[in-house]
Design a protein around this ligand. Structure first.
Ligand code: ZN
Length: 442
């Protein structure tokens, strides 16, 4: 009580300042908390079963694109087309329905026990199996090749011990595996490859002659297979369309712009019971892109105009970004820099910057901000690598970084890349680093 009676004006303003400071700290903490909350909500939504792994079964890719467009609209981004979308054609092989494999008496779980090679056609029926181990194959290659060329049974190549082979032997085995998969003159109905490594799926634009299945050795009751039963249906989409989602936010300078990109598509479904959520790859990057769009729309007017592009068709071979650079909405010459985000949901070991070795000034800027603000514990620079959508810009000499986080959960292109186990360890620090970098670029 007494204190109040003796407060001088100086002390009062100091107290107000302290109060304002506390309010600022609370508010900025609140904003930060909201960012992570926004990211979590976005990732949960994009990885939900109703998005079907953002692939080409049940229109999963389009649902994700529409969601992103609705967020762009919410942030007041400018659109150049209907619903922010730029359509592009693509061909893709899909598995919308049956995906059953039974080995002797054991029913296998899609995505957990086995994967189908994404270029495989469907197959139905019960088949006898010829089992080949690496040892027997390497000691008697000629005999096995002869047998494979004449049999109508399913061939099962057991790759147990592959990692311990010499490089030379690995080449021999790889060659034999390729014959099983691709040789058109063979009459085998399917090939099975038993593997010790993790199951990593993909998506394909082509269709091979015969189906190939990868089965995890640890999940099999016996690696010596008597009979195998398949009921697998594929649907090759010849004239399909997907889309990029593109929104512009005008900055103080509108003569050039910064592109912020992240692909939103993923691998979709492998049968009606299994989908690939793609939380880290790349719901995390989309969350970051939307978070930045939201931040610059509502809280911090950008210096340069920002073009936000959520690319489609990345997993099928950078289809969306290749299409974009061939029909850009703004001349590519006006793009000051591209920031491509793909797999940014961990960060325990920092980040890697592809093209960091190419654009050294921009890489130095990232490091300066990072040191000053004490954000990530490591920023590693790499040279060029055509491993995400920045590559499409690289090919047109548009300066670009591709940033991904390192460490933490190793789920990748598998059914375990889920929202519930994605740690988002350095999400907020990366957000702070990128938002500063975007404003500090010259
Ligand atoms: Zn990706």
């Amino acid at each position: 009580m007494r204190k109040w009676t003796i407060i001088g004006s100086g002390q009062k303003s100091c107290r107000i300042k302290t109060g304002l400071y506390l309010l600022f700290v609370l508010l900025s903490k609140h904003l930060a908390a909201q960012d992570i909350h926004y990211a979590q909500t976005t990732i949960d939504l994009l990885t939900g079963a109703d998005m079907h792994g953002r692939g080409y079964v049940e229109g999963g890719h389009l649902k994700a694109a529409n969601y992103i467009a609705s967020e762009f609209e919410e942030f007041g981004l400018q659109s150049f087309s209907l619903n922010y979308q730029q359509k592009f054609p693509l061909q893709v092989n899909t598995y919308p329905s049956q995906m059953r494999v039974k080995v002797d008496q054991q029913k296998l779980l899609p995505g957990v026990d086995f994967l189908i090679d994404p270029s495989s056609p469907g197959i139905r029926g019960k088949f006898e199996v010829v089992n080949i181990t690496l040892d027997t194959l390497l000691t008697n290659m000629t005999e096995w090749v002869k047998l494979v060329k004449s049999t109508k049974k399913v061939i099962c190549l057991n790759k147990s011990g592959y990692s311990q082979l010499t490089q030379e032997d690995k080449h021999v085995i790889d060659g034999f595996e390729d014959v099983l998969k691709f040789n058109r003159s063979l009459t085998i109905p399917a090939a099975i490859i038993l593997i010790e490594t993790k199951l990593t799926w993909n998506i394909s634009q082509k269709l091979n002659d015969r189906p190939v299945f990868y089965i995890k050795l640890t999940e099999l009751k016996s690696p010596d297979i008597g009979r195998i039963q398949f009921n697998v249906k594929n649907d090759f989409l010849n004239d399909h369309y997907s889309q990029n989602v593109i929104g512009l936010l005008n900055g103080e300078k509108t003569d050039s712009l910064i592109v912020i990109s992240a692909h939103y598509d993923h691998l979709g479904r492998m049968g009606k019971d299994t989908y690939f959520p793609g939380a880290n790859d790349n719901a995390s990057g989309v969350a970051m892109l939307l978070n930045l769009a939201r931040h610059f729309s509502f809280f911090d007017k950008p210096k340069y105009s920002l073009l936000f592009i959520a690319f489609g068709g990345e997993e099928a071979g950078l289809i969306g970004s290749q299409y974009y650079v061939s029909r850009p909405i703004y001349p590519l010459a006006k793009v000051k820099f591209v920031l491509n985000l793909d797999i940014v949901g961990t960060g325990d070991d920092g980040i890697t910057v592809v093209n960091g070795k190419v654009y050294e000034d921009e890489f130095d800027l990232l490091n300066r901000i990072n040191s000053k603000k004490e954000l990530l514990n490591d920023i590693t620079s790499r040279g060029t690598a055509c491993n995400s959508d920045h590559c499409s810009f690289d090919q047109h000499n548009v300066p670009a970084f591709f940033i991904y986080t390192k460490g933490g959960i190793q789920a990748y292109h598998d059914v375990n890349d889920r929202s519930s186990t994605l740690p988002l360890t350095e999400y907020e620090d990366l957000f702070l680093l990128l938002s500063d970098f975007i404003q500090d670029l010259d």
